[in-house]
Design a protein around this ligand. Structure first.
Ligand SMILES: [Fe+2]
Ligand SMILES: [Fe+2]
Length: 274
């Protein structure tokens, strides 16, 4: 369909004369200026997506070694591909924002470390921390990031990421349920009850850094590129305790609210004098 006024008069002649180009899109509005903060944040996101891909690949290998159900393994493999798509989309945003060369990936962070414990325990530890905790809060975080984002290339990235994170979150809770149905379920439960507060403490250090609550504003230009103030991360995490973690862990008789209180009252090692 075209809205050119004379298109129907002589379409054959027009087709012969006109170069065969796709219809030109509406003129693109100039992009808002991208700050160093925008470039740094999208650069960081690229690395985070690579890390998510590597960790999920590793976790999925462990699931194969455990003889887990093919459905669960398929879900894991699909997530690896999602994370690589997120990395590609994030890289596009970084480039459009004028970002240049990126620092080398910290390879030692791109994978999981198994210990002397049975594989099921290593899977439980990684599954709970990365998926039940990390991917669950990622859903409301990306929802808010996306709400204020209007730069098309960034919005496209956040649209895809938000859509996928819902499935990644669900993978974590499906995995926990699966582990709690195995013969090793009592040991899995003990591990989660013993370590959940430390996992929350690490999540707090990521999303609620010292002084972060005071950093409550950013510029409109940064906002439209898909950033939000540090303080919002902490608020969203706190809300997730009540909305997501407490009920979801509660289904398995695990008290997430108590683990969170313990994490919140522990001295912050990051802020301790050295
Ligand atoms: Fe991702
Ligand atoms: Fe994800």
């Amino acid at each position: 369909m075209t809205d050119a006024p004379d298109a129907k008069h002589d379409s054959t002649a027009a087709a012969e004369q006109a170069p065969r180009e796709p219809p030109s899109p509406a003129p693109r509005a100039p992009l808002p200026p991208a700050s160093d903060a925008v470039r740094a944040e999208w650069g960081r996101r690229i690395e985070a997506e690579y890390r998510s891909a590597a960790i999920t690949q590793h976790l999925t290998l462990w699931l194969i070694q455990m003889g887990a159900s093919p459905d669960l393994i398929d879900d894991g493999l699909r997530i690896v591909k999602d994370e690589l798509a997120h990395a590609r989309l994030s890289h596009r945003v970084h480039a459009r924002a004028g970002g240049g060369a990126l620092p080398a990936l910290r390879r030692e962070t791109l994978g999981l470390k198994g210990g002397d414990e049975p594989l099921e325990m290593a899977v439980a530890r990684a599954g709970v921390e990365v998926f039940c905790l990390g991917e669950t809060v990622a859903v409301p975080l990306f929802k808010v990031l996306r709400e204020g984002c209007t730069v098309p290339v960034a919005r496209r990235a956040l649209d895809r990421i938000l859509r996928d994170e819902v499935r990644h979150r669900d993978f974590g809770w499906t995995l926990l349920r699966y582990l709690l149905e195995l013969p090793c379920a009592p040991a899995v439960r003990q591990l989660v009850e013993r370590e959940l507060h430390a996992m929350f403490a690490r999540l707090r250090r990521s999303y609620m850094p010292p002084g972060g609550a005071k950093r409550a504003t950013i510029s409109d230009d940064d906002r439209v590129w898909g950033l939000m103030p540090v303080a919002r991360y902490g608020e969203i995490l706190e809300r997730a305790i009540e909305r997501d973690y407490a009920p979801r862990f509660g289904e398995h008789g695990i008290d997430a609210a108590a683990a969170w209180r313990r994490a919140a009252s522990a001295p912050d090692r990051a802020a301790a004098p050295t």
